[in-house]
Structures are given as C-alpha cells and as structure tokens.
Design a protein around this ligand. Structure first.
Ligand code: TPP
Length: 668
C-alpha cells in the first residue's frame, strides 16, 4: 500500500465503494440477494474494469473485446453495478432499483439473454469458469484463422470458493492448462467463506498448487490492494500459461458487524448495518445516489475503451474485403450457402451406397460433406473419437501450439467439454459440436441445460443410444436419457433412423441458431429406409409417414431411430395378415409438437390400432400418440449381451409390435 499516493487511494476507494453501495442498496430494496461478494470483490472489479479490461460500453458486442465472466453468478450485483457505473446505457439506476424483479434487466443471476453486455449466464457454480475456457479456446481458434490483427483478446473470470470446489473446475483447469490458454486469467475471490461458514469446514485443498499441477501460472495478492491486483494482472497477461490469481478478500468488506462472516453472503445487511457501513467507509451519499466524482471516474474509465475499439475497427477495415465478409458472416452466425448442396450430396451418396450403416457412421459420412462447406464448425470428442465418429476426413487436431485445426481432443471430461462448447458458441465465430456416449449426457447435463436456457447453437453428438449398443451392458445403455433430454426446454433432441434422416438432422441442428441440439445415434447398423435424396428436409416436420398402408390404415406404428426399421418389419407382418399398416418416423418430438394441432392429428391418424416403439422408457410418448396407444420399449435397465439378444430378451421385436397392434384391433 505504501507506494500508493493519497489521490489514487481516494479515487480507487471511491470507485470501489460506488460498487459496494449500489450492491448493498439494491439487495436491501429487493430484500433478497448477495451483498457479500460485491462488497468483497469491489476492489478487484474496479482495477479490472478501470485499468485492464478492453471493452466499450457503447458497443457491448464489439468482436475483439475482452470477455469477462462472473463465474460466481450469485454476486450479480457486482456486475450490474459496474455496468451501470461504466456506462452500459441499458443498465440504468432504475434497473438497479428493480434488482431481482420480474422483467428487469437485473435478474437474480446474470443472464446474457436478458442484459446486453453480459457474456454468459452464470449461477450454477463452476459453469462460468468452464465456459470461459471455451471462450479462451475460441479466441485462439479464431486468431489462428483470421490473425491477431482481428482476434486478440483476453478472457477474465471472477471465481469464488464454490466455483473451485465444483468438480467441473478441475476438468476446465486441466483442459486450459494443457492447451496453454495463456490469455485466460482467473481471479479467485479467496474469502474463505461459503454458505455454511468457513471453507475450512469442508475442504483443505491448496488451490494454487492444484492449478499449478494442471499447468497454470499462479499468484497470490491482497485482494483489497489495487496496486498488487494490477501488478498480478499485468504479470498474468505476460504469462505463457493461463493464470489463477488468489485475491485474498474479506467477504462483506466494510460492514462492521458482518464482514468476514457467512452472514453477509446471501442476505440483506439490514437498515442499521447499512448506516454503520456507510459510516465505516465514509460514504455520505444516500441510497442509489452515486456521488459525482465516483460516477465521473467510472464513466471516464468506460469511455476510454472506445479508442481500442476504434483502433480495431481501423485494423479490420484494412483487411481484404473477402476476409472481412467471411469474419462478419461467422460472427453473425449465418450459414454459408454451400451447406444445402453438401446435405443433398450426402443424401445422394447414402442412397447410392445403400446397405446397413450405424447412424454414428452415417453422421461421420455427413460430416465429411458438411465440414468443408461450413468451416466454422469445430468438432471434438470426450476421448471417444473412434466411437462417436465426430472427426471428419481431413479434420486436423488442435494442439497446444497449433490452433489451426478443427478437432479438439477434450479428454474424458464430458462436463468440461459441454461447458467449453457453450463458451465457444457464446464467443461467436464458431459452431461447436462434439461427441460422447449418450448415457454420459448425464455428465454434461448442467451445461446442456444452460445452453438451452441461453439459446446457444451447440451440437451434441450422442452415440450408443440404447440397449442396441450391446455387450457393454446396463451402465452404458441409455434407458431414461431420451426422456431426460426431451424434458429440457429449448433443447432439440433428434434421433434419426437412417443416413438420409441423419443428414437432415445435421442440417436442422446447424440451422437452429437459437437452441442447442442433441443428435442421438446408434452403435448398431440400420438399413436405409429413405431413398429420396432431394433438398426437401422431411425430418424438419418432426414426424412424418415413412411407409404408407396398402389401404385405409387399420394400424399406425410410431418409432424413432433404430426402431423405425423394426416398425417397418412389423408393418410387413401385419400387412401379410391383411391389416393395412402405416409407419410414422418421429425424428424429433420437439419439432413435431411445434406444428399446428390439425397437422399433428393428420400425421398421427385415426387407425384403430396405434403402437409406439422405442428402446427406452415410455415417458413423454403420451403427448405424441395419446395414452391409449400401446408402447413397446423398456421398463428397466438393460443387460450385457449381444444387441440382437437384448432386443429379443426385452421384447422389443417386430413380432411383439405386430401382436400389440392385433390386440388393439381385437379390443376396438
Ligand atoms: C452448483 C451449485 N451448487 C450450489 C449453489 C448454491 N450456492 C450459491 S453460492 C454458494 C457458495 C457460496 O460460497 P462462495 O462460492 O465462496 O461465495 P461467497 O460466499 O464468497 O460469495 C452456494 C453453495 C450454486 N449456486 N451452484
């Protein structure tokens, strides 16, 4: 502290206290929220946003801005205060007063789709830091493609104890350390307090040693000393590795009675303590009033970012027109016109080749066509590249020293992978897709849920989608996972039945700019059922008649993915017994349910017998076929055996489907 002049102390403290009191007053007005973190981390945020971060409040989405992620989303008032103070126009003082109220721009946790300028939704601890890893990866990937004149920024994270306690933080740290993401800088609000009390009651990890072991640079500073914070940030920027800075802080800094205690983590200070805190910090301004000197200081800091943005615009303008158009297209998320031709070409190849193919292999073949047409796609796998088939022909692996490739070896880190994919999508300029075993979508679920909430185009290739995977047995066989994924709002779940549908589902996933997709693919071979290789995307209907009945239908069979061919077999058995039978393929419940009721009724039809078949639990099917339909599927976990035997053992057979249809006709 000794080297600080009294002027800089005064001005820094005034700027930091402006954050503290907006947070204190907003939480008090809402009678709900978390004042402890904003009060404790105000010094860190002040140094970052007034001295280090490259941003321009008048252009929140300027492509080469530094990214800031508040991983500890419960401290949202820190972010809202800073945004208001720095001059993000929409975050007005009235919005601060409406903290946590319906329709405000200041919800309980930061939501990127609510408040312009917030980089990602946070709140589930650990997600922010792992998402930031994806942003830092995106920066390296895009810099390798467009050069550092166009892409050259840092990604900063403010993480709390809870963020570092969550397991996902290790997956993220491991990945970032391995990839040498030197422009990722995590400031750890090391206040040693969480909800239950001191963090020492539940953990004793040496976090700096942990991150160092994962290849990070580390530093430790007094989180209330602005000069020390600044020096650590400058050193971190110069490091050739990602950096974790422990910023030792006092939660609820300034509150005479509550500072340093869990009592200030998540409840209002109370009127009396607010008066005492104002006195302790020498803050004379009434609630929600920012004194002129502090506001001017902040606004000047915010306005200073304009020069960097304009310099970038000038550099960008000097690039060749073709390159600018391509960069702008990718950042806008618009697909290249070549995609449609690539999809048709893939369908044509599928029809020409014929034969039985696992849809995971179909997907690989489709990727061979579409990845050259859509160069912003970046693939990957959680150590199952040869099983998920997500590496297209010619896709080069990314390495720590070369980000020109387009395939990422995420390692056995499904959760970290899913969060990193979110970060890449949020960064803009890339379309992340990656693979894993479907059963382990459980390991990705919190990140998939956030992608759905944020409406991000992230594509999960989930293979080995049922008992059809066979010998690996029940630990690896999804049973409830289709229902569980379909339960997530705004997630598009697609289970194609053959190569043509697989191509169509890829096209839909890429065109779905405002939601994530899960492509559910088989391990086992499936016959080709569709032989129309045109630009018409039938899967986009969600459900459609894939086989017509020989006459007025007596039975309608409904199926998805690997069970569509089984339903077609069952239809043949029924037709042979004189029962005109149709088959409806349902690649996506969500797409089907989005269609008008009258159209849906037509697809479902009015045959007296209705049987649905899917090698999974029934949950969710009633909304499609009604509760009177019969269902052939799973009611238990699977077992370890060859796939064919398992289908027979669990009664998921064409004979069983036909028998259920005949039962229904007898009862009709
Ligand atoms: C995954 C997850 N689990 C639980 C919570 C609920 N929660 C919010 S903050 C918090 C811990 C608070 O401790 P810390 O992270 O140190 O934050 P601080 O008290 O310093 O503000 C918990 C358990 C959460 N937000 N996310």
């Amino acid at each position: 502290m000794s080297s600080r002049t009294s002027d800089s102390i005064t001005s820094h403290d005034r700027l930091a206290n402006a954050i503290r009191f907006l947070a204190i007053d907003a939480v008090e007005a809402a009678n709900s929220g978390h004042p402890g973190l904003p009060m404790g981390a105000a010094d860190i945020a002040t140094v970052l946003f007034t001295k280090v971060l490259k941003y321009d409040p008048s252009r929140p989405f300027w492509p080469d801005r530094d990214r800031f992620v508040l991983s500890a989303g419960h401290g949202s008032m820190l972010l809202y205060s800073v945004m208001h103070l720095a001059g993000y126009k929409k975050v007005t003082i009235d919005e601060i007063k409406r903290f946590r109220q319906l329709g405000s721009l200041t919800p309980g946790h930061p939501e990127n789709f609510v408040t312009e300028g917030i980089e990602t939704t946070t709140g589930p601890l650990g997600q922010g830091i792992a998402t930031a890893v994806g942003m830092a990866m995106a920066e390296r990937l895009l810099a390798a493609r467009f050069g550092s004149d166009v892409v050259d920024h840092y990604t900063y994270v403010l993480a709390s104890d809870g963020d570092l306690m969550e397991g996902i933080s290790q997956e993220a740290a491991d990945l970032a350390g391995h990839l040498k993401l030197s422009k990722l800088i995590v400031m750890w609000d090391d206040n040693k307090i969480s909800i239950d009390g001191p963090t020492s009651i539940s953990g004793s990890t040496n976090q700096l040693a942990r991150f160092a072991a994962s290849g990070w640079a580390t530093a430790a500073v007094d989180g209330h000393d602005p000069e020390a914070i600044l020096a650590a940030l400058e050193a971190a920027k110069a490091s050739d590795r990602p950096t974790l800075i422990s910023c030792r802080t006092t939660i609820g800094f300034g509150s005479p009675k509550k500072a340093g205690s869990e009592k200030v983590h998540g409840s209002p200070l109370g009127a009396e303590e607010i008066v005492a805190t104002r006195a302790a910090l020498g803050w004379e301004a009434p609630a929600f009033v920012v004194p002129e000197d502090a506001l001017n200081g902040w606004r000047a800091a915010g306005a200073a970012g304009r020069a960097a943005r304009e310099a970038w615009e000038a550099r960008f303008a000097a690039r060749p027109a073709e390159e600018r158009t391509e960069f702008e297209r990718r950042v806008a998320g618009t697909l290249p016109a070549a995609l449609e031709g690539a999809i048709v070409a893939a369908k044509e190849k599928a029809v020409k080749d014929g034969g039985a193919v696992a849809t995971r292999k179909s997907s690989e073949m489709v990727l061979d066509f579409i990845t050259p047409a859509v160069p912003e796609m970046v693939g990957g796998s959680a150590d199952l590249t040869g099983s998920n088939n997500t590496k297209a022909k010619g896709a080069k692996s990314v390495t720590p020293d070369d980000f020109s490739g387009s395939f990422i070896h995420y390692g056995v880190r499904e959760h970290g992978m899913a969060a990193a994919m979110n970060g890449m999508a949020l960064h803009k300029g890339l379309i992340p897709f990656s693979g894993g075993f479907m059963v382990f979508s459980d390991y990705c679920r919190p990140a998939i849920r956030l992608a759905a909430l944020m409406g991000e185009r992230v594509i999960h290739v989930l293979t080995h989608d049922s008992i059809g995977l066979g010998e690996d047995g029940p630990t690896h066989q999804p049973v409830e996972h289709l229902a569980a994924l379909r339960a997530i709002p705004n997630l598009l779940v697609m289970r194609p039945c053959d190569t043509v549908e697989t191509a169509e589902c890829w096209q839909i996933a890429l065109q779905s700019t405002d939601r994530p997709s899960a492509l559910i693919l088989s391990r086992q071979n499936l016959p080709i059922l569709r032989t129309d290789a045109t630009a018409v995307n039938r899967s986009a209907e969600g459900a459609y008649e894939i086989l017509a009945a020989s006459g007025p239908a007596q039975a309608s069979l409904f199926a998805t993915g690997s069970e569509v061919s089984l339903a077609v077999e069952a239809a043949k058995l029924l037709e042979a017994q004189g029962v005109p039978t149709r088959v409806v393929s349902i690649p996506s419940f969500e797409l089907f349910l989005e269609r008008p009721a009258a159209e849906r009724a037509k697809v479902i039809g009015d045959a007296p017998a209705k049987v649905a078949v899917e090698a999974a639990i029934r949950m969710g099917w009633d909304a499609i076929v009604g509760s009177n339909a019969a269902f052939v599927g799973m009611t238990s976990f699977g077992a370890s055996a060859p796939a064919k035997e398992l289908y027979a053992h669990f009664g998921i057979t064409a004979q069983q489907v036909a028998a259920r249809a005949l039962d229904q006709l007898r009862q009709a």
